[in-house]
Design a protein around this ligand. Structure first.
Ligand code: P6P
Length: 335
């Protein structure tokens, strides 16, 4: 069987030994995410039928209330993760507090916490633009046998044991890392199987695409303004191309394949930027570094930030190594 025909299930089993503390736990965790991804994919793909099926808040013909897709996605991922005896806690962009999951025997033997953004960029669904799910997995740090605490979630990104995303685009892909490179799997919806379509994904060292919401230009720090002008200048391999989808997973995925940088900086509107450290920036930063790219808050490594709050925001510069380094040079001029 060629490498590319391998299914996700076969890939996990073959690489089980790579997962720290492996005792089949990677399989259970990724399989839970795989299951939820297929359910959410089905719902996202029929979102266009809302006028027929009813928008959020409506009730369908069975009298069931139509849920907002990000609420539905949140429920499906939490449900899939709760059903495995290895997750002791879940944090979600959709939940104010973390969810403690007691093992059925109430002995709190489960070892892993999962942090998710169940449907990032969900505002794009109404206009049929791709969206994504982002997940981050840690081993708990408080003693097994005790209830999970906030400390188990407030870990620096370097502690992640796995991270990844699902992109619901022209095709649905699951892209993840366990610290041994990045691999992409494409769903064959006809049979509900993910196939290894993008083995060993790597960021080109540099690129010609910059992704930022230039509508906020006047609110950006001077270093960001200078970098944008640098991208637009006629010099060498520039001007670069501006591509901004408004969906982090989509912009990241395109930039990882083609080369590029995504920036969501702090501004006079958002003093810490908009993106969340724990379930957006850390997992994407681990993927970026595992793919040979870089992820920074403009000055330092995202993965080394010590979290203080579950939903804290950080500025985010992520993508091709040389492009992030150049953006940091501009930021350093005004540090
Ligand atoms: P803005 C989606 O809400 C998101 O979190 C990212 O997926 C996306 O890149 C960004 O925010 C878009 O934010 O302020 O440019 O609309």
């Amino acid at each position: 069987m060629t490498k590319k025909n391998k299914t996700l299930g076969e890939f996990i089993i073959e690489n089980q030994a790579e997962f720290q503390y492996s005792s089949g736990e990677l399989s259970k965790l990724i399989n839970a995410i795989r299951l939820a991804a297929k359910v959410v994919n089905h719902e996202v793909n029929k979102a266009g039928l809302i006028d027929i099926l009813g928008a959020a808040g409506d009730t369908n013909v069975q009298g069931e209330s139509q849920q907002k897709l990000d609420v539905l996605a949140n429920e499906k991922f939490i449900q899939a993760l709760k059903n495995r005896e290895i997750v002791c806690g879940i944090a979600s962009e959709e939940e104010e507090d973390f969810i403690s999951i007691n093992s059925q025997d109430h002995r709190h033997q489960n070892k892993y916490v999962v942090l998710i953004d169940p449907l990032d960029g969900s505002s794009n669904i109404d206009v049929n633009v791709s969206v994504g799910t982002i997940f981050s997995i840690y081993r708990r740090v408080t003693p097994i046998g005790t209830p999970v605490t906030l400390e188990d979630f407030l870990q620096p990104g370097v502690n992640q044991v796995a991270a990844g995303y699902i992109i619901y685009g022209t095709s649905t892909m699951l892209v993840y890392t366990t610290g041994h490179g990045v691999n992409g799997f494409t769903l064959n919806p006809a049979i509900g199987t993910f196939y290894l379509s993008h083995p060993n994904m790597t960021f080109p060292q540099t690129g010609k695409i910059y992704s930022i919401n230039e509508g906020n230009y006047i609110h950006f720090p001077q270093g960001v303004k200078d970098y944008i002008k640098y991208c637009q200048m006629e010099e060498g391999d520039r001007p670069y191309t501006s591509r901004y989808i408004g969906s982090l997973v989509s912009d990241f995925h395109r930039n990882m394949i083609k080369g590029g940088i995504y920036i969501y900086p702090k501004s006079s509107l958002n003093s810490d930027g908009k993106l969340r450290l724990l379930y957006e920036c850390n997992p994407m930063a681990l993927l970026a570094e595992q793919a040979g790219g870089k992820a920074s808050d403009g000055y330092g490594r995202i993965l080394e930030i010590e979290p203080t709050e579950l939903h804290q925001r950080v500025p985010f510069f992520c993508g091709s190594l040389k492009m992030v380094e150049k953006a940091e040079e501009f930021m350093a001029r005004y540090a």
